[in-house]
Design a protein around this ligand. Structure first.
Ligand SMILES: *Cc1c(COP(=O)(O)O)cnc(C)c1O
Length: 338
């Protein structure tokens, strides 16, 4: 999954790093525009567009030779029209809604839509895959996942068989979390996202720190007792303190709500953020790093020496998930690939 610019890390370089892996069967994106960007990277292989495409984008999707994920009969009919208009063979996967409630054919109505999809899959259309998406595969308790799995198996059993001579439809269900639980739900394909980018998926397996977010200390100075920091002057120096100004703020994607409890690493030591995060800068208390000077590297996410601030720790402090922290990094923050 390389949607949302590869979870904020930069799709072109992520695709470059993965494209020659034998295990990569396709790249998954959310939108037709993302798929077109992927084509512009020189990827000519399969691209699955997982979110329902707006009706007006089906022709564009056909021109880019994409594989759409379809959730209703109108979509299948529209895709057949696009194939006919473009005189082009096109593949699609059907999503099955087993509880996610955002897309997919209803699992309970398979007896209706199954045969109807098969009927519409004529001439230039190819029904290549069937999948569902788990809503709680990262929860310690897998009962909800079991229920979704059972519903999905029921659908698979009730689908009309592939036409004689056609390959078996590919079946897939696993996001990162599911692919690391139980047997991994390794059916024909898995759809890993966040784990590749350094996000944890439950306690079982620790991800590598894939993304580090670093900035520069641009000022380090002594302040008088009573000095205040940031908009709203929410922090006040209790005594003589030494503060540092770090050149990163919410305009770079450092979540503004992080300031309460947020920390950064300088010279392998932890420093607390103080006051509110501004658009462009963040103030830290340098008490634990008296030798810090302007120009020092400040790590707000990732590893410095023996210390690490994980994306999940940042997310927890912000009351959100790793996905939102990574995809929230803005273009102002240069991506440097090592
Ligand atoms: C985003 C997405 C994934 C990847 O999920 P992760 O939790 O990031 O591994 C898999 N499947 C679908 C349909 C998705 O939209």
């Amino acid at each position: 999954m390389v949607k949302a610019d590869a979870y904020g890390l930069g799709m072109p370089r992520v695709v470059d790093a993965l494209r020659h892996e034998a295990s990569v069967w396709a790249f998954g994106v959310a939108t037709v525009a993302e798929a077109e960007a992927l084509r512009a990277c020189g990827w000519h292989g399969r691209v699955l567009v997982f979110s329902p495409a707006p009706p007006g984008e089906f022709l564009r999707a056909a021109r880019a030779n994409l594989t759409l994920c379809l959730s209703d009969l109108d979509g299948v009919a529209r895709w057949a029209d696009a194939a006919a208009a473009q005189r082009q063979n096109l593949a699609f996967h059907t999503e099955v809604d087993t509880g996610m409630g955002r897309a997919g054919f209803a699992a309970a109505n398979v007896a209706e839509w199954g045969p109807a999809v098969a009927r519409l899959t004529a001439d230039r259309l190819r029904w290549e895959g069937v999948y569902t998406h788990f809503h709680s595969a990262d929860e310690p308790d897998l009962r909800a996942t079991d229920e979704q799995w059972e519903r999905f198996r029921g659908v698979l059993g009730a689908l009309p068989p592939e036409p004689l001579g056609s390959p078996r439809r590919l079946v897939h269900v696993a996001n990162s979390a599911a692919s690391l639980r139980r047997g991994g739900y390794h059916l024909d394909l898995v759809r890993p996202g966040i784990f590749m980018y350094g996000g944890a998926v439950g306690a079982n397996v620790r991800p590598e720190a894939v993304a580090n977010v670093r900035a520069r200390l641009v000022l380090a100075r002594q302040v008088e007792p009573g000095a205040t920091a940031g908009y709203g002057a929410t922090y006040q120096a209790r005594g003589h303190e030494r503060w540092g100004t770090v050149a990163i703020g919410y305009g770079d994607g450092l979540p503004r709500v992080l300031a309460a409890g947020g920390e950064a690493l300088i010279r392998g030591r932890r420093v607390p953020m103080i006051g509110r995060i501004s658009m462009d800068v963040t103030t830290v208390d340098l008490a634990s790093v008296p030798d810090a000077v302007a120009g020092d590297v400040v790590t707000v996410l990732g590893r410095d020496g023996d210390e690490e601030i994980t994306v999940d720790q940042v997310a927890a402090l912000c009351g959100t998930i790793s996905y939102e922290v990574l995809t929230g990094l803005t273009p102002r923050l240069p991506r440097v690939y090592v």
